[in-house]
Every structure is written in C-alpha cells, then in structure tokens.
Design a protein around this ligand. Structure first.
Ligand SMILES: Nc1ncnc2c1ncn2[C@@H]1O[C@H](COP(=O)(O)OP(=O)(O)OP(=O)(O)O)[C@@H](O)[C@H]1O
Ligand SMILES: [Mg+2]
Length: 443
C-alpha cells in the first residue's frame, strides 16, 4: 500500500496529521507510537515546506538519532519529492510554481541536512571549535575506543593518586572503600554527564552513638552464641544463626577495630522493610530463648532503630566520598578528551548545547542557515538530547504546549511495536498529540 493510498483514508487522528502539513509556521511537538506514521508525516511536512515555498530545500535540516533512521529518511524524502513532481507533470502542471519548486528541490536535494544529531552537532562544532575550547582537528571516537579509553584513564587516575599519596586514599580506606571497586560508579557518572550527583560531605556517625550500638550488638552476639548448638543442625543453620556465626567469626578475626568492619557487622542485622528476624526453634539449644534472640535482633536492626540510622549515616558518608572522587575523575576525563580533541557522542551533544546556549551569534547564524528544523526523537529519550534540542527553540523558556487530538480515549501511551501493521494503525495507532511552541528561527 503506498502512502498516497493510505493517506486518503479517514483516521481518528486526522486533525493532528493535518496540523503537521498545514501549520508550517508553528513549532510542533508530535508524540506518537511506533509504526504510527511519524516518518511519513515528517516527510509530508518537508514536502509541504517545499511546495508552499515556505522553505527551500537547502534551508531544511532533518535530524534523527540513528544513522539507519537518517538513511531511511533521506531515501523516503527523495522518493516522495520525485513522486510528487512526476504527478504534477503527468497532470500537465510542469510549468506551475509547485512543480518548479519541486524540481529545484530535487536538483539540490543533497543540500538539505538529513542526518544524525551527532553529525549535525559535529558540523556545528567544526565551524566554531574555538568558542568551546576545542581543537579544530578534533576526532569523533567510536564507542569501543571510548570504552577502552575510559578504562585506561581510570587506571592512570588511580595510579596518579597513589603516586601523589593523595589523602583521599586514606579517607577511602577508613571508609572501607577500595578505589578500584569504584570503576562502575565512574562509568555511570561519565555516561551521564548532564546529571549532577549529590556529593555533599557527610560526616561519619559520632563515636558515642556508635559505642552504644556496638555494646548492644556485642551483648546480642554473646547471648545468641550461648544458645547455638555445637554442631551444624541436620537441616542447616537457620538464617539468624548464619548471621550470628558471621558476626562471631568477624569479631574474632578483626575485633571490629576499624569503623568499616564495625559498620559492616552492624549492617548484618539491619534489614529493610518491617519483617523482623525469625528463628527455627528446634535448631537452637533452647527454642524459647532463641525466639527472644530473634526479637532482640529485630529491635536492633529492623525499622527506625538507632542501629539502622547509624548505618544509613555511614552509607551516606561513604557515598559522598565515593562520588566526590569519581566526579572529580569524570571531570578530569572530560577535560582530557577536550584537550586531546577526542570526542564521544555525549561530548558532541553537550558541547553543541553549550555553544548554542552561550553564543547568540551562533544561534542567529544557525537560524539563518536553516529556517526549518525537524527532529525525530528516539524512543528512549536521554536528558542531554532533550536539553540540546531545547536550545534550538526560539525561546527555551517557552514551555511546550500540547494539544490533544480528537482521539476518543485521549490515551497518549506508545503502542506495541508488534502491532504496527496497517490494521493496527487503523484501529490503534495514532499521532497521539501535537503541541505547539513559538516558531523556530533560533534568532
Ligand atoms: N496516514 C497513514 N495512513 C495509513 N498508513 C500509513 C499512514 N502513515 C503511515 N502509514 C504506513 O504505516 C507504515 C509505518 O509508517 P512510518 O514508517 O511512517 O511509521 P513510523 O512511526 O515512522 O514507524 P517507526 O516507529 O518504525 O519509525 C508505513 O507502511 C506507512 O506507509
Ligand atoms: Mg520512523
């Protein structure tokens, strides 16, 4: 079924689809499920821009998030322009203005920007690298290369800390954190450069409070130990017995001398939720008394108890230390990439957003070059992608205004991709909402 065939059928979201090809001077935000006709409507809008003379082909930029989508869009756009031109000619309107416009567009079709957001950003940055402190000969790094570089940088960073005997290493050691084990956190922070992680310093819990909780734990372990059988029960130790054995063992070995060991011990009896500790009575020397141990352990570490509060404070302290280190490393890593002129995809987006945010001249030039910008978003939006595209709106402070379509249910959820067949489009899929913003000129 060809596009012109299907477009002639009445659809429940016809008004929204009409707005896409009619309201050419409005910024539109279109939300739609998979297979509902987004690309078709985008191409229709590009065509309408050309036919109406609102924009010449070289003033249109259509931005996608993947190379595949860009390739598909380029091809579909060209085919539609050719089809429309052929139609005009076959109906004897070769000399008309619309045909002339379409013909000119076809001649210059390569001058439209149809590509990925990364290519678009790279193009902008190449024109003005110095404004964001970038080496003009910068390179875009492939994903695999970037992963290797991240690992290498982290190792070199830790080596540098060790070589300089950085005091942070001592702090981490006291908190029971091995720097090498923080690589996952480093990765996470590097991959989310537009998220600010809270790193407010949190002191470890004060010694008197810790001493009181320690005394309670010691007494509990001693009491429970007396009630433990000498041999492993036939059906294994119950869960509380396993914990008491761990506690007894670690105290023997480490004496819970360091804060890290002590808090690990306290945390052993702390549980989330409200379900307390339980025992299997016949596995203890004295079942009734074992029940009492479980009650004590519950009072110690389940719910809003002093021990739980201390553990939370301890974790907050450790987290702040870890984030502080990792955040610093991530910032150094970003600066290193900038210095070396080796950018990853996130860098391209963030630096472009910065360039547009900080330079009215760049915004104006962009607006002059491309009078119409069309962006197809991914199905999994990433904050910085949204942020970089919001910079292209005329007024970033103008909120998106959405308009519901006439869809009877008013439902706006995405549709199951598996249902994106033609019959599903007719019955289920729709351009779920179309909103407007002030018109784009980036001026
Ligand atoms: N208005 C319409 N009426 C009937 N069929 C349509 C309509 N618009 C698009 N289609 C058909 O639906 C199918 C999917 O369209 P399209 O590729 O434009 O959807 P999409 O939302 O971009 O899909 P995806 O989520 O996979 O990117 C195509 O075969 C297209 O011809
Ligand atoms: Mg599509």
């Amino acid at each position: 079924m060809t596009d012109p065939d299907v477009l002639s059928l009445p659809l429940p979201d016809a008004r929204a689809r009409d707005a896409i090809i009619r309201d050419l001077d409005d910024n539109l935000l279109v939300e739609a499920g998979a297979g509902s006709g987004k690309t078709t409507e985008l191409v229709s809008r590009m065509l309408a821009l050309l036919e109406s003379g609102v924009a010449d082909v070289d003033r249109i930029a259509a931005v996608t998030f993947t190379r595949k989508a860009a390739g598909e869009l380029r091809e579909r756009f060209q085919v539609r322009v050719e089809q429309r031109l052929a139609q005009e000619r076959s109906e004897g309107r070769s000399e008309d203005l619309v045909a002339e416009r379409l013909s000119a567009a076809l001649d210059n079709i390569d001058r439209a920007f149809i590509g990925t957001i990364h290519a678009f950003c790279a193009r902008l940055l190449r024109e003005r690298p110095l404004e964001v402190g970038l080496d003009p000969a910068f390179e875009e790094m492939a994903v695999e290369e970037r992963i290797m570089q991240r690992r290498r940088f982290w190792q070199a960073y830790l080596e540098r800390l060790a070589r300089d005997s950085d005091p942070v290493l001592e702090e981490l050691a006291q908190a029971g954190l091995r720097p090498a084990s923080l690589y996952g956190l480093f990765e996470h922070v590097v991959e989310n450069p537009d998220v600010s992680f809270e790193a407010e310093a949190a002191d470890p819990p004060p010694p008197p409070e810790v001493a009181a909780v320690r005394a309670e734990l010691e007494a509990l372990v001693d009491h429970a130990w007396e009630l433990m059988p000498d041999r492993q029960p036939e059906k294994d130790w119950d869960s509380l017995q396993k914990k008491i054995r761990t506690l007894h063992f670690t105290r023997e070995i480490t004496g819970w001398d360091s804060q890290a060991d002590l808090f690990e011990a306290i945390a052993t009896l702390c549980k989330q939720g409200t379900r307390g500790h339980t025992v299997t009575q016949n596995r203890w020397k004295n079942g009734q008394m074992a029940k009492g141990v479980a009650e004590r352990a519950t009072a110690f570490g389940v719910g809003d108890t002093p021990a739980r509060k201390l553990v939370s404070r301890w974790y907050a302290h450790r987290y702040a230390l870890a984030i502080r280190l990792v955040d610093h490393a991530a910032r150094e890593f970003a600066a290193h990439r900038l210095r070396m002129g080796q950018l990853d995809f996130q860098d391209l987006l963030l630096l472009t957003a910065k360039l547009l945010r900080e330079s009215p001249r760049v915004r104006r030039d962009l607006g002059e070059r491309y009078s119409r910008l069309l962006v197809t978003s991914s199905r999994t939006p990433i904050p910085c992608r949204r942020r970089s595209s919001s910079c292209w709106r005329r007024s970033p402070r103008t909120p998106w205004r959405k308009r519901r379509t006439s869809r009877p249910t008013g439902e706006r959820s995405c549709l199951d991709p598996a249902r994106s067949s033609w019959s599903a489009i007719r019955s289920r899929a729709s351009i779920a909402s179309v909103g407007r913003t002030s018109s784009y000129t980036a001026s």
